[in-house]
Design a protein around this ligand. Sequence first.
Ligand code: AHG
Ligand code: MN
Ligand code: MN
Length: 341
Amino acid sequence: MNRIVTLDEFIIRRQMDFPFASGELTGLLRDIGVAAKIVNREVNKAGLVNILGVAGSENASGETVQKLDLYANDKLIECLKNSGECCGVASEEFEDYIPIPGVSSKTSKYVVVFDPLDGSSNIDVNVSVGTIFGIYRRVSDPEGPCKLADFLQPGTQLVAAGYVLYGTSTLLVYTTGRGVNGFTLDPSIGEFCLSHRDIQIPDRGNYYSVNQGYYLKFDLEMRRYIDHCSDLNLQLRYIGSMVSDVHRILFQGGIFLYPNTRKYPQGKLRLVYECNPLSFIVEQAGGKAITAQLERILELPVKHLHERVTIAIGSPGMVDEMKDFVERYSAPPMYKHAEAG
Ligand code: AHG
Ligand code: MN
Ligand code: MN
């Protein structure tokens, strides 16, 4: 029988690979692992909400029931606050970032960004959701509280990123920039156990993932590329939770697209909480992630916390092909201008 390697053991072993590591990053990843287990417990009983109470009401024990995304948000912040390994967080759920005071006069050098529950509309129908996170080394003075600039770093500066998928089983996938590894939660022992070592994305795959309902709202070049996927008999899969859709592609190959639409001219997905962390993971696994305007996601300057971007992410061969289509079929800027007017 193969020996079980738990997430904690794996993280600690990896720390030993960095001779000057102080253990802070290790502590942070462990805190996130703990939060993931707590959120997982709650996600699993989400179907009982009518028995236990609906969001905003009181459950049988008189506790106020929270919406699951707010619950996940609170648990992540709580776990990250406890150990003092993090000096601030920015969450999709909050307008502004939250500085976290040091514990026992110790100031931390890391900030964490997260989407506590991605695909939350899936919760009511028992379909997969996830948590996405990214970790940056602060750039502000370590003696003071964290600053906005700590969170507005491009994705190339990510120190670590990961996601938790609450699916048929619960999986935590993360990278610290040296490959990508996946851990499956074994509920019988309450531990994430190494199940997918050094994940590599296939060069191409059989899946394309896009909200086809918006087809007519996409630019011509994107419609051409989607037609091409269909001509190739690729299979369309769209769960409506980016983390779940990207997860399938990471493991089986394919491309996930969220281009600009008339409703979301800049794209819908958030650069800080969704696109940068997932792009870091996918690139670490050998994939690519670019905007519909063909810029590398990780190099984009981050202007504000809730900035949205377009994205094409997945197998390198397919992202390159999408790029060719955009280059070939894009209307010259003058024509676009006339079209918009
Ligand atoms: P969230 O639940 O965190 O708000 O994210 C939902 C996002 C993303 O996960 C998903 O890919 C996308 O919204 C789906 O959007 P459409 O319904 O417009 O396709
Ligand atoms: Mn999301
Ligand atoms: Mn969310």
